[in-house]
Design a protein around this ligand. Structure first.
Ligand code: NBG
Length: 846
């Protein structure tokens, strides 16, 4: 343990071969590409673990304040390439493998894509971990190790079909099972009141208990020793057997109990921005927060002197949406019932330690749990929630005496109908800071859904515009672009400091640079064409405009508007003369994204896209002028192929509905133009790249309500533009198949129910699409604008976002884990602490 594994070619080869033989038990005559991937991953994992152990030890010695990011979702994507890039070992391994007869890139494709998240919220958590590690912040991600991730999407006869994603089928070399890190989790039962030295105490007893066991995935930072943990919990039975049923001879019942425990973390709920309100989901949430808070408290108690008031100085918890909001209540329970602090001291500690990020203003996504369910599952927590609400409403009453409107808007408990606990209100009341994820979104929080809270505590609210990691989204996904930056800027420093890209502004007038940029886009387009041929059996013309919309399918995201426009475009081509056709810009319109299994309208949109694709792609009159593709099973790893190939990407939600969006950031980083509304982070992208480098259209947020009003009061024949009515007629007439369902989709907006303003925005959308075509006819101009998008995207690095969280919310400073003493090729362990670090370490020891 006092030396590191080597990273010279021979050492790497030996370690791979070692794992082939001793980890996989294969012989040289009997191993496949997949075995190679496994052996390679184990070899990389060894190196990750060294850095991981150094990091944990160092932070412990330094008594570091840590930030804990609690999230029900982490969409981390594949690990191998990311680890190699961050450890700066990609080239070394590539060479080492070459001699062994393998191409590194081919092995990347052997890895499953861990998909433990739905969409933006989960992917954001993954980008944040990468930035936390890279910026040397002492931190942990806490989540759930679902046995089944988000379903695999298959397309059969144009319909979405879901199939389970058993991602652990082939093992997972990236995790470390921690048999020694397990916590008991209780559900149901009752609360007993006991008197202890004249104080009434609550004891939660009975019910069922299970165990949560930790699985750690090391997350390496770029070019730093700092490697943090993503700690995921899996449920296990509390004891191997239920001895009572075992003894009565009911062996199978005993095993059933075991399965029941494991069931809790078995599957990720596939809803994005909607709340399913199921008991099992509440169990998952509680399991995550209880195990995580017990783990955090245990770590805090390892300090030599137990001073609970120091807790907020050592612990900052970030709630990724309200899903882990019960952590607030769980920490109170631990402090009051177990650590025996008085209510008020406990409440002080809690409200200094938690912060909450809101990710949506859509009412259907705001979590509310019925009081009867919480009472049954977590009886003690319900008492504590009432206590918090009581303390809070007292303050409201002081500030706004007898203002019942305020009281009922601010209350954590909703009294109308079945009583419910509003998780957002709980999160705000229990947190020091609350933030939205883009400027416009934070403003909406302050003026609409959290207006009363903002008026009461204006300083609680902050904006933290989202970001994405340039490691995965440029360095890994677009190696050619990264190499161009390295060469022109003279180093890879831009990967850590994206603002360096500013220096490239002057190169936009250099035809050679522009040419190189174009060539990179063409290569990425070719890679994409190849992938589309393989996965969708469609041949795309590499010279056509690659127009992409990839995201969860949702009415507010308006994939419907996009496909209706495609139909409109198709009709125009059909009507045009051969002469006119020559001027038409060929387009390949590609859609990707999953619909929640119960979301009927979203599933119908997928069907419509596929029906339209069927007709257009097989219409010989159309040829390459228009192609439509639905790419099945959009996920992180295929995003890494899709995004670098895109020339135009659509982010066209109704203004005020998309909190931020994060793929918009990935697209611009890869030199893609955006066609979008002034919604979410598009607003800031528009500011950053300049209005001349983006296609903006549509109703603006302040006019949305009026337009909806107008829509409801106008005869549909007047409300919808002629262009769109024509499209409706074609669908009704069966041009894309005689299928009732296609008509129902049109019906979903046709009769004064166009709540997302497709009809209102359609004309402006057509106009913006014409501007797109006009620009595409001038390849050089197009290329320059793409370059401006790429090099002005620096604000959208998640490093900037995380730095702001650390400074303004967590009050957290980076701590650099000492680098191994010697050079990369002869690592000798002997982590030398600086003098002040040594003093600190000694102090802690004594
Ligand atoms: C999503 C928003 C996106 C946003 C991500 C990350 C939820 C509840 N919200 O606009 O819809 O980019 O969160 O903040 O998934």
């Amino acid at each position: 343990m006092d030396s590191y594994q080597g990273s010279d070619k021979l050492a790497l080869q030996q370690s791979i071969v070692h794992h082939v033989e001793y980890t996989l038990a294969r012989t040289r005559f009997d191993f496949s590409k997949f075995h190679s991937y496994q052996a390679l991953s184990h070899s990389v994992r060894d190196r990750l673990i060294e850095a991981f152990n150094d990091t944990n030890l160092h932070f412990h010695q330094m008594d570091a304040k840590r930030i804990y990011y609690l999230s029900l979702e982490f969409l981390i994507g594949r690990c191998l390439q990311n680890a190699l890039v961050n450890l700066d070992l990609e080239e070394d391994y590539r060479e080492a493998l070459m001699d062994l007869g393998y191409k590194l890139e081919e092995l990347y494709d052997e890895e499953v894509d861990p998909a433990l998240g739905n969409g933006g919220l989960g992917r954001l958590a993954a980008c944040f971990l990468d930035s936390l590690a890279t910026l040397n912040y002492p931190s942990f991600g806490y989540g759930i190790r679902y046995t089944y991730g988000i379903f695999k999407q298959l397309i059969k006869d144009g319909y979405q079909v879901e199939s389970p994603d058993f991602w652990l089928n082939h093992g997972n070399p990236w995790e470390i099972e921690r048999l020694d890190v397990q916590y008991q989790i209780r559900f149901y039962g009752f609360v007993k009141k006991v008197w202890d030295h004249g104080v009434e105490r609550s004891v939660w007893e009975g019910g069922e208990t299970i165990m949560a066991r930790a699985y750690d995935t090391p997350i390496p930072g770029y070019n730093t020793q700092n490697t943090i943990a993503l700690r995921l919990w899996k449920s296990h039975p509390a004891s191997e057997f239920d001895f009572s049923s075992f003894n009565t001879g009911d062996y199978f019942k005993a095993l059933e109990q075991r399965q029941k425990a494991e069931y809790i973390t078995s599957v990720l709920y596939p809803n994005d921005s909607t709340d399913a309100g199921k008991e099992l989901r509440l169990k998952q949430q509680y399991l995550l927060v209880s195990a995580s808070m017990q783990d955090i408290v245990r770590r805090f108690k390892r300090r030599k002197v137990l001073d609970w008031n120091a807790f907020p100085q050592k612990v900052a918890v970030q709630l990724n949406d309200t899903h882990p909001a019960l952590a607030i209540v769980e920490l109170l329970r631990i402090l009051i019932d177990i650590e025996q602090l008085d209510n008020m001291s406990a409440w002080q500690i809690v409200t200094k330690s938690f912060n909450y990020t809101n990710h949506t203003v859509l009412p259907e996504a705001l979590e509310k749990w019925g009081v009867p369910l919480i009472e049954k599952l977590l009886p003690r927590h319900l008492e504590i929630i009432y206590l918090i609400n009581f303390l809070f409403l007292e303050k409201v009453q002081q500030k706004y005496p007898n203002n019942w409107g305020k009281l009922s808007a601010l209350s954590i408990v909703e009294e109308e109908g079945t009583k419910k606990v509003r998780m957002a209100n709980l999160s705000i009341v229990g947190s020091k800071f609350v933030n939205g994820v883009a400027k416009i979104h934070t403003e909406l929080l302050k003026t609409t859904i959290f207006k009363e809270f903002f008026e009461m505590h204006p300083n609680k609210f902050q904006n933290k515009t989202n970001g994405v990691t340039p490691r995965r989204w440029v360095r890994c996904a677009n190696p050619a672009l990264a190499a161009l930056y390295d060469r022109v800027l003279g180093s890879d420093k831009w990967v850590l400091d994206m603002e360096q890209l500013k220096q490239l502004e002057s190169h936009v007038s250099d035809p050679q640079f522009v040419r190189e940029f174009q060539m990179i886009k063409i290569e990425n387009k070719e890679r994409f064409v190849h992938w589309i041929r393989k996965t969708c059996q469609v041949d795309l013309n590499v010279d056509s405009l690659f127009d992409i919309q990839v995201k969860r399918i949702h009415e507010y995201k308006r994939q419907l508007m996009n496909i209706l426009y495609v139909i409109y475009r198709y009709l125009i081509i059909k009507e045009s003369t051969p002469e006119e056709r020559k001027r038409i810009v060929p387009r390949s319109v590609c859609f990707g994204g999953k619909a929640a299994p119960g979301y009927v309208n979203a599933k119908r949109v997928i069907k419509l896209i596929n029906s339209v694709a069927d007709v257009i792609n097989n219409d010989h009159q159309i040829g390459d002028l228009l192609k439509v593709v639905f790419m099945p099973n959009y996920n992180v790893s295929n995003a890494q192929i899709i995004i670098p190939a895109a020339e135009l990407s659509q982010h066209i939600s109704t203004a005020g509905t998309e909190a931020s969006g994060t793929s918009n950031m990935k697209f611009i980083m890869n030199g893609c133009l955006i066609l979008g509304t002034l919604d979410g982070a598009n607003v800031e992208i528009d500011e950053a790249v300049g209005r001349e480098n983006i296609f903006i259209f549509g109703t603006q947020v302040e006019d949305v309500d009026n337009m909806k009003e107008k829509m409801r009061n106008t005869d549909p024949h007047e409300y919808f533009p002629q262009e769109l009515l024509k499209v409706f007629t074609e669908i009704d007439n069966g041009r894309f198949g005689h299928n009732e369902e296609l008509k129902w989709i049109v019906d979903s907006i046709r009769y004064k129910n166009d709540n997302y303003l497709v009809g209102q925005d359609f004309k402006d959308y057509i106009k913006a699409q014409q501007q797109v075509d006009d620009l595409y006819r001038q390849p050089n101009e197009w290329a320059k604008k793409s370059i401006y998008n790429a090099i002005r995207s620096y604000k959208f690095s998640s490093d900037r976002t995380i730095y702001e969280y650390a400074e303004d919310i967590w009050q957290l400073k980076p701590i650099k884990v000492p680098e191994p003493a010697a050079q990369k090729h002869e690592r000798v362990k002997g982590v030398a602490l600086s003098k002040s670090q040594q003093e600190m370490a000694d102090k802690i020891k004594h």
